[in-house]
Design a protein around this ligand. Structure first.
Ligand SMILES: *Cc1c(COP(=O)(O)O)cnc(C)c1O
Length: 375
């Protein structure tokens, strides 16, 4: 049996005709750039995320870049984040001219550790760190109460990288609405994915919203008059229209991911000597963008090979932490600086978990892991 990590064709089968008629409407209207679907999607997402404002942008990467720009972060500034994230979190910091600094992760959740974050902030005597960027990795909220408190205490902004966690809640609050700004990605494989690149910035602050909105169109509010230097970061209207079709399905897709995660939990927890199931925080909901195991005893490659042989999709997010990436060589980070991130990079393995996963497929995956643990 083949079990893919994701099955988007199946996921969109039920909305295919809506998507096709949306393309026809777009051809008829010819409003390709910032057409009415953009404002409508932004409004839908204001309601969904319970925030003051949202701005549709080109990608999650640009959402992060725009959030940093809107806070006037640039050369001479530092931004603190986790080394265990997709590289875009870090490249956005570098692309505004700022310098990334890291604090290690909590080994249970894989998310930025608040205590280690405070250690780094405390040591930052000349207050170069202007923002903290926690990532809600794999779909589980970072400890936002702690980061919001740290932000106030050390006068740093907090930007949520919520690319993997749309719909997740922390103390009953939606992710993306707790920091100064939230950044989302609608890359096709994300929990709410478009049919191409797209992203979103969310905020509770109308002044910041206005700034991001202007930055997304070359820093202008009036055509050909530029108050600041931005770029072309507009969400594509067609993608916005597609996302409006998908958004009403998001909660159902999340519920399906949570159900299959629960099923995995129940059947895999007994192999704790070999694989650890995902830890869940007490006051949050995990939307299981990824269902990620920690494979113990240096055995990840063995399990990975075994699953691949059985045609079970699997993936490593991420095999090399950001501080050890070649692109950051000039910053002179070395191995051993963030040991939990380095260990996670060696031990994590994500197994198929998506809205269209059948119980039969899950049983096949569970059975394969069981076989592996006894061989
Ligand atoms: C996907 C992702 C991004 C980047 O989003 P794109 O839309 O691909 O540019 C940023 N951060 C994290 C944590 C992500 O998973």
């Amino acid at each position: 049996m083949k079990v893919p990590v994701l099955d988007l064709r199946e996921q969109y089968a039920g909305i295919r005709s809506e998507i096709l008629s949306c393309v026809e409407q777009m051809l008829d209207s010819s409003q390709f750039i910032l057409g009415p679907a953009v404002g409508a999607l932004e409004n839908d997402l204001v309601n969904y995320l319970k925030v003051q404002d949202t701005i549709g942008v080109t990608s999650g990467t640009d959402a992060l870049w725009l959030a940093l720009k809107a806070l006037d972060i640039g050369p001479g500034d530092k931004v603190l984040t986790s080394p265990f994230t997709f590289f875009a979190t870090v490249s956005a910091i570098l692309n505004v001219g700022a310098q990334p600094v890291f604090a290690d992760i909590d080994p249970l959740t894989f998310n930025l550790c608040p205590e280690k974050t405070e250690d780094v902030l405390r040591a930052d005597k000349n207050h170069a760190i202007k923002a903290i960027v926690p990532i809600h990795l794999y779909g589980q909220p970072a400890e936002m109460n702690a980061f919001v408190t740290l932000g106030k205490r050390y006068r740093c902004a907090v930007i949520e990288d919520a690319a993997q966690a749309i719909g997740a809640q922390y103390h009953e609050k939606m992710v993306g609405g707790m920091g100064e700004l939230g950044c989302f990605s609608f890359f096709p494989t994300k929990n709410l994915g478009s049919l191409g690149d797209a992203g979103l910035v969310s905020t509770q602050d109308s002044a910041l919203a206005a700034k991001v909105r202007s930055l997304r169109t070359h820093g202008s509010t009036e055509k050909y008059f530029h108050d600041q230097v931005g770029s072309n970061c507009r969400i594509d209207t067609l993608q916005a229209a597609f996302l409006r079709i998908m958004l009403p399905h998001l909660n159902g897709w999340i519920a399906a991911r949570q159900r299959s995660a629960q099923y995995y939990d129940e059947h895999l927890k007994k192999y704790v000597e070999r694989v650890e199931i995902p830890h869940r925080i007490a006051n949050g909901t995990h939307v299981f963008h990824q269902y990620t195991l920690r494979v113990k005893g240096g055995q990840r490659e063995s399990l990975r090979r075994f699953l691949t042989e059985m045609e079970i999709g699997n993936a490593i997010y991420y095999p090399l932490p950001c501080h050890l990436q070649k692109a950051l060589k000039s910053l002179a980070f070395t191995k051993g600086m963030f040991p939990e991130s380095e260990r996670a990079a060696e031990e994590v393995l994500s197994i198929p978990n998506h809205p269209n996963l059948t119980q039969q497929q899950q049983d096949y995956v569970i059975d394969a892991i069981k076989k592996w643990t006894t061989c």
